[in-house]
Ligand binder design. Structure first.
Ligand SMILES: Nc1ncnc2c1ncn2[C@@H]1O[C@H](COP(=O)(O)OP(=O)(O)OP(=O)(O)O)[C@@H](O)[C@H]1O
Length: 657
């Protein structure tokens, strides 16, 4: 069976300040988008459904998405993606807001409701999981592990696309889902542009998988719905992007143009069946392969921004959508025989906290498939998602009941086994980390691991000097704060904008030094404030951005603050210096490895200058800039902070809610 991608178009309302014109409109018959162009009467793009500026989130969901949810329960994969120029309303359509929830929350709510309609016993063995990833600058990241996680690989296994290591979290209720989803959304790469104050800088792919037991066929069906919020194509003349935004923009535009090439090549395939489809040219198209000419049911919502300023982008969006409409997919049911019994546990034994089991794939392998068991595919469809027991021919009620109970037990046993495996793996990883910590400690304490004690005649002056320097540093920062205020009031311009790069770096270093010290004293809020102040002077610094995100996460989740593993690597210098004994609690915190070097932020200053050297950036502002008294520096300062701040440009402001 083949199924064409279903394409619809949605025109967003005017935003405040936009010049209103009738450049883009919906035809009177409601089945085409008209773009006024030149004097020819405009271009007409017909689509199955076109939604105007007053269309509601509910209308879109009810007409475009709800009818497909049954298919997920039948073991099919459905992919819904929002496509369009930046600020055209893709995120609004997919995610929405509490007043106007979009497709994602509506899908989850409806699927949970649908599950309640399953026969009770079958419902007990059926389960939902969610995965969430972003493709940022052509790399794939798990949004459930964005801070500490590294890039994920994409593997192609025959027709299947797998993302090993992608986390799939089980959920039962809308509240559980919302909590998981909202946390992950905050990790998505988002930034402010002239067109959208919260513009997505990445393509986000949310996957809701379900495994459903069908007692009639004694099979488990695995369905999935992927909800894809693509980053918008960007015209940098309109976005006013700065350099780092431009780099993101280039990556976004490149992946979208590969997407367009894939769509075009699929269109041309009728002329040349051997034509190469360039799926492999971008991570996005590798991931979306199933939805484009593959085995998924595809739905494309083409978001449009009104107004002449978007005209050129609107035309290319509509051309893309018209081509996508011609793509034929071949959806297949994904089901497997219920697993053979291994060990049988009672249901109460299986009860317990949900495990967080990483699942091996993006495609058809939702929670519930033991690794190593291939998911068979069959071109077989049934007429109803959940045939009730009473409709089954050839099996008595009792037989059906027995069959269900048997499968429940098997499934429970299998899940328990999986959870045991996951726990064992977690323990193994913890043991490995402990061992790693032990090795580092050994390296840090050459010869004897004994506590380092200094004679008081040496220690006292050092401590006094540290205290003096700490006070001095705090005073200097007070001066900078006053100056920041003065400058903003007098010149209507932030101080950070007129400082030379050297002054910016040094001011940032001073704030980082204080932030680090506060962090070491477990004053996370204070530390966060200092790092944020540092980021004002170095907004592009990715280390700072990441550190801020880490601390915010630690505060939000009420957990101990653990900097990224990366900082371990950079603390090699610390390994060669003597270190006091590390307490058990410190052991749990990777940060303690570099602590002696780091802790001594004020001590480090004894070897160098105070970090504040304020200079005017001659290229920026002709006015005289007053250097605060006593803030002149003598040399270049501590290498540790410099190294730490010498990070690549940050990847995007984090935190689209
Ligand atoms: N149908 C709509 N009704 C009300 N507001 C909308 C609608 N569509 C979009 N908006 C508003 O327009 C702005 C831009 O929308 P959104 O962030 O969804 O665009 P986007 O296409 O996802 O942009 P980007 O690609 O830059 O992330 C937001 O403030 C959003 O709330």
């Amino acid at each position: 069976m083949s199924s064409a991608i279903s394409v619809s178009a949605r025109l967003r309302p005017w935003m405040r300040g936009e010049a209103q014109d009738d450049c883009i409109s919906i035809s009177e018959t409601g089945d085409a988008i008209i773009v006024k162009e030149g004097t020819k009467g405009g271009l007409k793009f017909p689509f199955k459904s076109c939604y105007g500026q007053n269309a509601t989130q509910e209308q879109i969901f009810e007409k475009e998405v709800r009818p497909l949810l049954d298919m997920v329960f039948k073991g099919l994969m459905v992919t819904v993606f929002a496509y369009g120029v930046t600020s055209s309303g893709k995120t609004h359509t997919m995610q929405g807001n509490p007043d106007a929830p979009g497709i994602i929350p509506r899908v989850v709510e409806s699927m949970i409701k649908l599950k309640t309609q399953m026969p009770e016993a079958a419902r007990r063995v059926s389960q939902f999981t969610v995965s969430y990833m972003e493709v940022y600058k052509d790399d794939v990241y798990d949004l459930f592990n964005r801070v500490h996680g590294s890039r994920l690989d994409i593997r192609t296994d025959g027709e299947q696309t797998n993302i090993p290591g992608l986390i799939h979290k089980p959920f039962e209720t809308i509240e559980e889902f919302t909590q998981i989803y909202n946390t992950a959304c905050k990790a998505r790469s988002v930034a402010s542009t002239d067109l959208n104050h919260a513009s997505s800088r990445s393509h986000a792919i949310l996957g809701i998988s379900g495994s459903f037991y069908d007692p009639t066929s004694d099979k488990i069906r695995m369905g999935k719905i992927n909800l894809v919020d693509l980053a918008g194509s960007e015209n940098n003349k309109l976005t006013g992007n700065d350099r780092s935004r431009m780099a993101e923009s280039a990556a976004i535009n490149k992946s979208l143009s590969t997407l367009a090439m894939v769509v075009k090549a699929l269109n041309d395939k009728s002329k040349d069946p051997n034509a190469r489809i360039p799926y492999r040219d971008s991570k996005l198209t590798r991931i979306l392969k199933d939805a484009l000419g593959g085995s998924s049911v595809g739905v494309l919502i083409c978001n449009l921004a009104p107004g002449a300023k978007f005209q050129a982008d609107t035309i290319s969006t509509l051309r893309f959508a018209s081509m996508a409409e011609k793509i034929e997919n071949k959806p297949v049911v994904n089901e497997r025989a219920a697993p053979p019994p291994k060990r049988v546990y009672s249901q109460s034994q299986a009860a317990g906290p949900s495990s967080l089991i990483p699942q091996p794939s993006f495609g058809y392998q939702p929670f519930g498939i033991p690794s190593g068991i291939p998911a068979p595919r069959a071109n077989r469809r049934t007429s109803a998602a959940f045939p009730s027991a009473s409709t089954n021919v050839g099996l008595s009620e009792k037989e059906i009941e027995e069959r269900i109970n048997k499968r429940v037990e098997e499934e429970v046993a299998r899940r328990l086994e999986e959870r045991e495996k996951a726990l064992a793996e977690q323990k193994r990883r913890e043991a490995e980390e402990d061992e790693e910590m032990r090795q580092v400690e050994l390296q840090m304490t050459p010869g004897s691991p004994a506590k380092v004690t200094l004679p008081s005649e040496l220690l006292d002056p050092i401590l006094k000097k540290h205290a003096d320097l700490e006070n001095e540093l705090i005073n200097r920062l007070e001066e900078v704060k006053a100056l920041e205020q003065q400058y903003a009031t007098k010149h209507q311009q932030p101080l950070a904008e007129v400082l030379s790069p050297v002054s910016k770096r040094k001011t940032a270093r001073a704030y980082v030094a204080l932030g680090r010290d506060l962090g070491d004293r477990s004053d996370l809020k204070g530390a966060l404030e200092m790092y944020k102040k540092a980021a004002v002077y170095l907004p592009e610094n990715s280390n700072l951005a990441e550190r801020i995100l880490e601390i915010e996460t630690a505060i939000r989740e009420g957990v101990a603050y653990q900097p990224r593993k990366k900082s371990r690597r950079t603390s090699h210098s610390a390994r060669s210096s003597a270190s006091p004994q590390v307490s058990k609690d410190d052991k749990k915190r990777p940060r303690s490895k570099g602590k002696e070097k780091r802790r001594g932020v004020f001590g480090e200053l004894t070897n160098g200058p105070l970090p504040l050297l304020l200079e005017r950036d001659e290229t920026k502002k002709p006015e005289k800039f007053h250097t605060p008294k006593g803030s002149q520096s003598k040399s270049s300062g501590s290498p540790t902070d410099e190294e730490w701040l010498a990070a690549p440009p940050r990847k995007g402001r984090i935190g689209k809610a």
